[in-house]
Design a protein around this ligand. Structure first.
Ligand SMILES: NC(=O)C1=CN([C@@H]2O[C@H](COP(=O)(O)OP(=O)(O)OC[C@H]3O[C@@H](n4cnc5c(N)ncnc54)[C@H](OP(=O)(O)O)[C@@H]3O)[C@@H](O)[C@H]2O)[C@H](O)CC1
Ligand SMILES: [K+]
Length: 510
């Protein structure tokens, strides 16, 4: 799913009005109707107190139209106009007028702190103060109103965006932003819904289709995509009946050190669970028995050293190399990595201490084969590319880094982002249970496996991240977040595939 910018959405708005021959007020009515239906579906006419805060722009206009629809359906609604300026939008005014037809209770104007209504636990607050039009921080009594809403125990639903959240930049530390429990957003999720610095304002989120011009949506390119089941399914290559283990590639996983052999065992298990034909594991001697016992399906070659990697000689012509989990950063291991890079042109995935070695030895970056996949968590990324001021700058810096070294970066987080030179893909699967030791080692194995199965590196990364998250979700749906350990993610890969395929084969699937 494309993630459009605020200016693209405004453009889509205008084109829709023109091509569908409707007024902007009619489009607003359509948008408000989608929100009303969602609320009505959930509340089912419940007798709870609804308080709606409407700005004076089009987000406020939406709020007024939603208010009217709720009143018409018998809800107990109190409407407040957050009257921060006299520059009311036309569609706001039209809806301000129309609400008269359904209630004798004229909306109350809020112009100062004394006008704030009490907000109580169990009440339902709708935030329609600002949407994508916010272009400066909210100040004065309005900021205090935002805090008043945030400090209440009411349930807060944001229309389109939590007010105070900018579509294209990070609010300042002391800026007032609505802390929504739920956000119903129009047509396209906004990038800030997924950034670590802003995602917590959004609560749960749902995208509402308001029927913007189909051609515009199809033809307009964006460099940010959301990866859900539908998109992931399109990336999947079915296995051929007439195939053998050689058809799915031979992965070489190199990693581990004394006390950290478990990491490479997890990675290699994930390689095979994700469908690679063969896996050879290269470990220090101390890892030999562990791997042979823990993963009898793999082959093992050992370093001459007992505790760590010092000299990587495999004599193997593997299809893909995964390097770095559990290796430490000793000088000998750095030397071995350098030699490996000088002698390989195979697709590579680098993780964990492999990344830390790259951070300290920038010359090695030049040796990475084109389209190598790097899978840092934020700390490892910061060591690689330096400090950023905020999440937008971070995105710019990662893109530049990808371009400079021709790499694919998988930035792990609550929403994992995959970058290539031009695009960014935001993953939607995964859960807090996956914040557990070894989860990243498993992801490295999953992506390595897809690389070995000849998926294009970008696709291997995007699909791998999706499947890894889905596997964790499947575990958590049946068990719990807390009980999840990373081996479970590898063990559930089969179900993640099954889920990806089955759901798209059934008529009932969305
Ligand atoms: N295609 C769609 O997605 C549709 C969206 N709709 C809804 O429209 C809003 C966007 O409405 P818009 O009127 O453009 O913007 P806002 O309502 O968010 O803001 C109104 C004006 O407020 C001013 N502003 C901005 N920041 C501040 C601030 N900190 N303090 C005071 N005032 C501020 C600004 O005007 P200025 O001239 O003063 O700069 C804004 O223009 C969208 O989010 C949806 O809810 C349509 O209903 C349907 C189609
Ligand atoms: K809002």
């Amino acid at each position: 799913m494309k993630i459009f910018s605020a200016s693209q959405l405004k453009e889509a708005d205008e084109i829709t009005i023109k091509n569908q021959n409707i007024t902007s007020e009619e489009l607003m009515e359509r948008a408000a109707t989608t929100v009303f239906h969602e609320i009505h579906r959930r509340l089912q006419g419940a007798a709870i107190s609804v308080k709606i805060f409407c700005g004076i722009g089009n987000n406020g206009g939406d709020g007024l139209a939603i208010s009217r629809m709720l009143i018409e359906h018998g809800y107990q609604v109190k409407v407040f106009i957050v009257n921060y300026s006299e520059k009311r939008s036309e569609d706001f005014l039209a809806n301000y007028d129309r609400i008269k037809n359904v209630t004798r209770q004229w909306p109350e104007l809020i112009k100062k702190e004394e006008d704030f209504p009490d907000l109580n636990k169990g009440e339902f607050v709708i935030d329609a103060i600002f949407g994508i039009g916010l272009n400066r921080p909210i100040e004065g009594w309005m900021a205090r109103l935002i805090n008043h809403i945030n400090n209440s125990d009411a349930f807060v639903l944001a229309v389109d965006m939590p007010s105070g959240l900018f579509p294209d930049r990070i609010p300042g530390k002391n800026d007032a932003v609505i802390n929504a429990d739920f956000t119903l957003t129009f047509q396209s999720p906004k990038l800030v819904f997924f950034l670590p610095q802003t995602m917590d304002f959004v609560g749960d989120m749902q995208v509402l289709d308001i029927g913007l011009d189909q051609n515009y949506l199809a033809e307009t390119t964006t460099d940010i995509q959301l990866i859900r089941k539908a998109e992931a399914h399109q990336l999947y290559n079915p296995r051929k009946k007439n195939s053998h283990k050689g058809s799915y590639g031979h992965a070489l996983t190199i990693g581990g050190s004394y006390g950290k052999i478990g990491s490479i065992l997890l990675t290699s298990t994930a390689v095979l669970r994700t469908g690679a034909g063969l896996c050879t594991v290269f470990v220090p001697k101390c890892g030999y028995n562990v791997i042979q016992t823990g993963l009898p399906e793999a082959m093992v070659i050992t370093d001459e050293n007992f505790e760590m990697l010092t000299n990587i000689k495999t004599g193997l012509d593997a299809d893909v190399i995964c390097f770095g989990v559990g290796i430490g950063t000793s000088e000998e291991t750095v030397g071995a990595f350098k030699e490996l890079l000088e002698n390989t042109t195979k697709p590579m995935l680098i993780d964990a201490d492999g990344l830390n070695i790259l951070s300290k030895n920038n010359d090695l970056l030049e040796l990475l084969p084109e389209n190598s996949v790097l899978t840092p968590h934020p700390k490892e990324l910061q060591r690689l590319i330096g400090e950023w001021n905020d999440d937008f700058q971070k995105i710019d810096m990662v893109r530049k880094f990808c371009r400079q070294y021709k790499l694919i970066i998988v930035l792990k987080g609550a929403y994992t982002f995959t970058f290539d030179e031009n695009n960014m893909y935001i993953n939607t699967t995964g859960n807090p249970g996956m914040a557990t030791a070894g989860s990243g080692d498993v992801l490295s194995g999953v992506i390595t496996s897809l690389l070995s199965q000849k998926y294009d590196p970008l696709i291997a990364a995007v699909l791998g991240v999706y499947l890894h998250g889905r596997s964790g979700d499947i575990y958590a749906e049946e068990q719990s977040y807390e009980g999840l350990i990373s081996g479970d993610i590898a063990d559930n890969m089969g179900r993640a595939y099954n889920d990806l395929l089955r759901s798209n084969n059934s008529e009932n699937d969305k």
